[in-house]
Design a protein around this ligand. Sequence first.
Ligand code: HAM
Length: 433
Amino acid sequence: MVRAVRGMRDVLPAEARRLAEVESLLLRTLHSFAYEEVQLPLLEFTELFARGVGEATDIVEKEMYTLSDRDGDSITLRPEGTAGCVRALQQHGLLFNQTQRVFYRGPMFRYERPQRGRYRQFYQIGAEAFGLPGPDIDAELLKLCAEFWRVLGIDSQVQLELNSLGSAANRRAYRDALVAYLTPHRQALDEDSQRRLASNPLRILDSKAAATQELLAAAPRLDEFLDDASRAHFAGLTELLDAMGVAYVHNPRLVRGLDYYTHTVFEWTTTALGAQGTVCAGGRYDGLAELLGGKPTPGAGFALGLERVALLWEQSRSMATTLSGAMSAEFSAAADVYCCVMDAQHLAWAQALAQSLRDALPTYRIRVHAGGGKLKNQLRRADQCGARWALIIGDDEVAGSRVTVKPLRDAAEQETIAAAALAEFFAQAERRD
Ligand code: HAM
């Protein structure tokens, strides 16, 4: 049997339903903030990520799916969306001297070690704002995230960690100071950090090794290297967040794994998902447009991992249903109404009835039985797919333009209703709930 490539997950119907539900709530929120969708290619020239994300990052060094196409060009399956978004808007003249607020969504690819919440193909929803240098837009992006969590009912499960990396010059000065401090202690660093000392010293701050963390306790601090403008930007942002009621923790060690950031960086984390606790992350990247060969344009944004957000949503939702004692049948159901068709000659009638219900009740999922068979077996199928009601369509029903409605999830009696009154019957049942 041919199997899936490691880390490439098949999303089966129950999970696909959850992901789609979460995504539609997030999209509604993005629209309500007036962000516009852009659709970007999965493949880009490798150079885009090497320059944009940074040669010395884990992503570019060891996580990209890179291949030569038939012309011999080196192309890469996108590991993230920001570089491609900047490239696209730049290429189409939508960046310089303009303001844009856009979002994108879709699969990203990273060759990481797969585990729960970490995949080699995963789905991001990202938002980016261009042409706006002030902390007001950083605050808006964070408010947008906070709104996501509120809409999904997971706001008590996530916390915002925030930091400032300062300007590119501040970062360079800090990098030199950190290297000067750590170099005499090189031998005491963990293996990864020893390597990073030459390639990407700021990432040493992320090290989980106890000995490295001990050394870092007395290391120079990034916030001591920020210039006045960077401090003012960060102070402006925290003031706005306070005024908007967006809670945060200042984590002076937060540096992020992509090289394009300047000033604001942030991560939304949770303790409810084990090791893969970052559900959303981002920051400001004022130098990226220039780095990719365009005119300087400030930018800021974030991306969330849809699978992680959906896992968190599902966990808190199942906790809520357990607490209220409610059944989660509706949650796992594939259909709301299942039409049992007693005779193949009534199939067209049943399909027409189902269509009239779909038109009248657009949120309802109506499935018509296929494959014939006894009523008992059809009702079993109806039950298996989680439907709340079965409709029974036989000779008497068709002759009298009626339908027998059998409730499947509660003790109510079955009843026979005029076909024309069926949509109203369901609408009334919904109002009662
Ligand atoms: P990132 O931190 O690399 O940032 O990824 C953002 C989010 O994508 C993570 O917080 C996580 O939820 C999810 N994610 C990343 N890798 C995986 C994986 N292997 N499996 C599942 N989920 C994953 C970026 O990608 C930046 N482009 C964010 C950004 C946008 N910064 C400014 N604008």
